[in-house]
Design a binder for this molecule. Structure first.
Ligand code: FE2
Ligand code: FE2
Length: 480
């Protein structure tokens, strides 16, 4: 193998993303589909660039990817890709994949066939042996697979706390995938909701066990697939609010499914319009305003029993309607929104406003968003529900980056005591030698009994995370 120069970080991430998209499109569509063709083209271009100076390996070791021997740094908008690829590797017992410089000669059919084999391997008992054998049978030379090392296998944590994080991570990313799958497949017909239902039950369980963790996870961002991560974040916030107001388990499950599907209609709106800088034309605005109705049409196409279907239509239809019946879509059928519709509206606006996006100038820190929303209580939002939402999120919403009065920077992790909504549990963050943020000590502000005492710690201000280059999601996902 010839000497290789270090791989630019951007190229590494782009490669992983291209591989991930190819795996997904091949899984969902026929070989001759344009999306499959495009994703394979994009993938091979990057593959050829990477293997131009020799073979390259993609290794999963201790929950991190290493490409060409270098650890792929965690990037704030790559979480969905990283975790789904990790799952993809683990489910098949893959430890590493070697991409050969022979890839330059691989035909498009050959690449599609190989990716199909990777996808299918999971259905056979000895995944990896099956895959190795099939790759050989098909004379596939551009890619080889190697099993996971034992020591990495042993790292599967038996600690219940770690298992909780693992379950939370898994379900979050599974949810993103499921929404993507339903959204892209539903127009072709025959999409069942059984998997989404099971997923919704898992999400409800997780919210029951640790709602602070689930709120914290809504700081996950993915700019490339914003509609999908947004849908999952809205789902988590809505389900947590549902639990906070003590909805029954079955009502929570319906609320969760509504959250996952609330923006199904957005998939039909071109990305150039959804993420347009500048003002929208009337026509573009009409397209956006149509998404609740389009979404309902898609839900009606789902293969679900009529009873469930009737429970998951109203919320997505109403999620952009205000309690004073302004907003969209314009309707004369009702003057009173459903509970699910009102909850989704609150969760949706909070998620969108705390989400800093390239094209947005009006981005606010989480506490400022709650203040702004409160100005709209009784007009946009149901006053009582919004009050409960603010109570649940706390004065400094979970996931906020804060400065303490001793100058330290911290992350609001939880409000362990129902009655202490001003003094959260804060994880302090410290800069390491490379200038990256690492976990410091955890301080429960409510534990400090005497506020007048010198040295008493409190929060002095909330800082937008991007300003300090903090990615809160990393700390909730427990990868730091
Ligand atoms: Fe929407
Ligand atoms: Fe939304």
């Amino acid at each position: 193998m010839s000497e290789r120069k270090s791989i630019p970080e951007r190229l590494g991430h782009d490669f992983l993303r291209a591989l991930y998209h190819t795996i997904n499109t091949v899984r969902m569509y026929q070989d001759n589909n344009q999306l499959v063709q495009n994703s394979v083209l994009a993938f091979t271009a990057l593959l050829n660039e990477l293997t131009a100076s020799g073979d390259i390996s993609l290794l999963l070791y201790r929950s991190r990817f290493h490409l060409g021997g270098e650890k792929l740094p965690y990037r704030r908008n790559a979480a969905v890709v990283l975790y789904n690829m990790m799952e993809f590797f683990s489910k098949r017992g893959i430890g590493s994949v070697n991409f050969s410089s022979a890839s330059i000669d691989a035909s498009q059919e050959n690449i599609i066939t190989s990716i199909r084999l990777f996808n299918d391997a999971v259905r056979y008992p000895n995944h990896l042996e099956w895959l190795e054998q099939k790759l050989q049978e098909h004379h596939i030379a551009w890619v080889q697979v190697f099993p996971r090392q034992n020591e990495d296998e042993m790292l599967v944590d038996e600690n219940p706390e770690e298992q909780k994080f693992e379950k939370a991570r898994k379900n979050y990313f599974l949810a993103v995938e499921s929404v993507r799958e339903v959204a892209t497949k539903v127009s072709q017909g025959m999409v069942g909701v059984r998997r989404c239902r099971r997923l919704a039950q898992n999400i409800v369980d997780l919210v029951q066990v640790d709602s602070a963790l689930m709120i914290g996870m809504t700081t996950i961002r993915d700019y490339d697939d914003y509609t999908y991560t947004h849908s999952v974040n809205v789902t988590l916030l809505a389900t947590c609010l549902g639990r906070h107001i003590e909805l029954s388990d079955i009502a929570l499950e319906h609320l969760t499914i509504c959250g996952l599907f609330h923006d199904l209609g957005k998939v039909d709106v071109p990305k150039e319009i959804l993420f347009k800088h500048g003002e929208l034309t009337n026509g573009e605005w009409d397209l956006i305003k149509a998404h609740p109705v389009t979404g309902v049409r898609k839900i009606l196409m789902l293969n679900a029993n009529p009873e469930l279907r009737s429970k998951i239509i109203l919320g997505p239809f109403e999620h952009h309607l205000n309690v004073d019946m302004t907003g969209y879509p314009h309707t004369m059928f009702t003057d009173n929104l459903s509970l699910i519709g009102k909850i989704l509206h609150i969760a949706d606006v909070y998620e969108a406003m705390t989400h800093e996006r390239v094209y947005r100038t009006n981005y606010f820190a989480p506490d400022a968003v709650l203040k702004k929303m409160w100005e709209e209580a009784g007009k946009s939002f149901d006053r009582i529900l919004l009050k409960r939402f603010i109570h649940m999120m706390g004065l400094y919403p979970i996931g906020s980056v804060v400065e303490l009065n001793d100058g330290r920077i911290g992350l609001v992790m939880d409000y362990p005591d129902e009655n202490e909504r001003m003094r959260p549990l804060v994880l302090t963050l410290v800069h390491d030698d490379a200038g990256n943020w690492q976990r410091g000590e955890s301080i429960y502000l409510a534990d400090q009994a005497i506020p007048e005492e010198p040295g008493h710690l409190n929060i002095t201000r909330v800082i937008p995370p991007a300003k300090l280059r903090v990615n809160p999601a990393e700390f909730f996902l427990h990868i730091k």
